[in-house]
Ligand binder design. Structure first.
Ligand code: ADP
Length: 447
């Protein structure tokens, strides 16, 4: 097992990894930027190293500085968290060249699944349900028009290297597709250095359902069931839950098994999430694979009792998965609210500042993953998420009641947060009934 791990991240996820290390008897070394200097969570690491200025380019995205810190601290492995360098295959290969274990997949597996065209190919081979569309990348206009005629409009043009919701274009007719293709390819080239695009069916009114999977270096792969993340605003998830409400168990199990097969076929070691859209008839279509730990991983931990961060560390160290598929069971229902420092009255503009009051929810079935403490200054340089409130209960109804209660116990001043919106959702009849689609929240906010 590793004796020392460097954490190349910040905030709540850095703290999450520090906690896993502590319980495993592994020393943690946490890097930080000048914007995070003095933050309370850093005191919980065994060692901290300042790697540069507030901008991500100077610190959390700066590969030479992170590698220098890892060499100075003489660590065995690096945990990238999520965001920043977590899905950067070049970083994973630099780690390998420096003989530091990257806690995540091999650069090859990451690159293969990170390219949407390649990923879709392996998915098809693994019998994972995918959107109908072009077989691979497409640059010929005539070819694209033929594909679209076959699958029917609307279609979506997507960039093979796309990410963060960028590089996509919905086309409702042939003229739009013809003019969009070249533009999309140029945009993708400028944004990602890869102009490769493909065309697939565009699905309206779908739900976002994703499968958590994990593989090891011995060819084992299992799934840990699904999460429903349909409560979104501008493609950003704000509430996640597991299991997904109102879903046929047989259908769910088939898709979950296919996701585990995909990971196995890609020779993937580590945690990953296979994201799907699901239509009203419960047909699944794969969106993409995220080759890292997700923000919403705690809901899966709560219903399965499996610690995903410890599992990532074990697998990276070469251990076989400590459980088999048949050992993994769903217990109760879990839900997570992402608490963002944003002002709902100002169109969710980020709301950084100093927390004069920060009182946490507690009691049965409540978990709060946050790096915030009273007096903490939320820096303006990073993502606006300041914590995640997670609750677990025997069933969905009790879970919603518990979340409503826990949200009500949180007191955060003077900055504005997403909590009032999340409380509103806990009391909304459509949300309570289950099965809202990914546009539900935007519709609610418009009215
Ligand atoms: P990214 O890597 O940029 O996040 P995704 O493939 O995950 O790209 O797509 C981002 C979002 O775009 C999805 O969550 C979904 O809302 C929408 N989307 C992508 N593909 C489709 C599709 N074929 N039909 C409908 N919506 C889509």
């Amino acid at each position: 097992m590793f004796s020392r791990i460097l954490i190349a991240n910040r905030g709540e996820i850095a703290l999450r990894v520090i906690r896993a290390c502590r319980e495993m008897g592994i020393e943690s070394v946490c890097v930080y930027s000048k914007a995070d200097e003095g933050a309370a969570y850093l005191r919980l690491a065994d060692r901290t190293i300042c790697i540069g200025g507030p901008s991500p380019a100077e610190s959390y995205l700066n590969i030479p500085r992170i590698i220098s810190a890892a060499e100075v601290a003489n660590v065995d492995a690096i945990h990238p968290g999520y965001g920043f360098l977590s899905e950067n295959a070049h970083f994973a290969s630099v780690c390998r060249d420096c003989k530091i274990e990257f806690i995540g997949p091999s650069p090859e597996a990451m690159a293969k699944l990170g390219d949407k065209v390649e990923c879709k190919k392996i998915a098809r081979e693994s019998k994972v349900p995918v959107f109908p569309g072009s077989e691979g990348a497409i640059d010929d206009e005539g070819e694209a028009v033929k594909v679209a005629a076959k699958i029917g409009y609307p279609v979506i043009i997507k960039a093979a290297a796309g990410g963060g919701g960028r590089g996509m274009r919905v086309c409702h007719n042939e003229a739009a597709l013809r003019s969009g293709l070249k533009q999309a390819s140029n945009e993708a080239m400028n944004a990602f250095g890869n102009g490769s695009v493909y065309v697939e069916k565009f699905l309206e009114g779908a739900r976002h359902v994703e499968i958590q999977v994990v593989g090891d270096k011995h060819g084992n792969a299992v799934h840990l069931f699904e999460r429903d993340c349909s409560a979104q605003r501008r493609h950003q998830k704000i509430i996640e839950e597991a299991p997904a409400p109102l879903i046929d168990a047989r259908r769910r199990d088939d898709v979950a098994k296919s996701a585990a097969r995909l990971v196995k076929n890609a020779q993937y070691a580590g945690a990953a999430t296979v994201e799907f859209l699901m239509d009203e008839r419960q047909n699944f279509y794969m969106l993409e694979v995220n080759t890292r730990l997700q923000v919403e991983h705690p809901v899966t931990e709560m219903i399965t009792g499996i610690d995903l961060v410890k599992t990532q560390i074990l697998v990276a160290a070469g251990e076989p998965l400590p459980f088999k598929q048949r050992d993994i069971k769903i217990n109760g229902h879990a839900m997570e609210c992402r608490i963002n420092a944003e002002d709902p009255a100002r169109n969710f503009a980020p709301c950084p500042g100093t927390l004069t009051t920060f009182e946490c929810a507690g009691g049965p079935g409540v978990r709060l993953d946050t790096h915030c403490v009273p007096g903490y200054r939320v820096p303006p340089n990073y993502d606006s998420m300041i914590g995640k409130l997670i609750v677990h209960a025997p069933d969905r109804e009790q879970c919603i009641a518990r979340m409503d209660r826990a949200l009500g116990e949180m007191r955060i001043e003077p900055i504005k947060t997403t909590i009032p919106l999340q409380q509103q959702l806990m009391r909304n009849s459509a949300f309570r009934a289950g099965g809202i689609d990914i546009h539900f929240l935007e519709r609610l906010l418009r009215n």
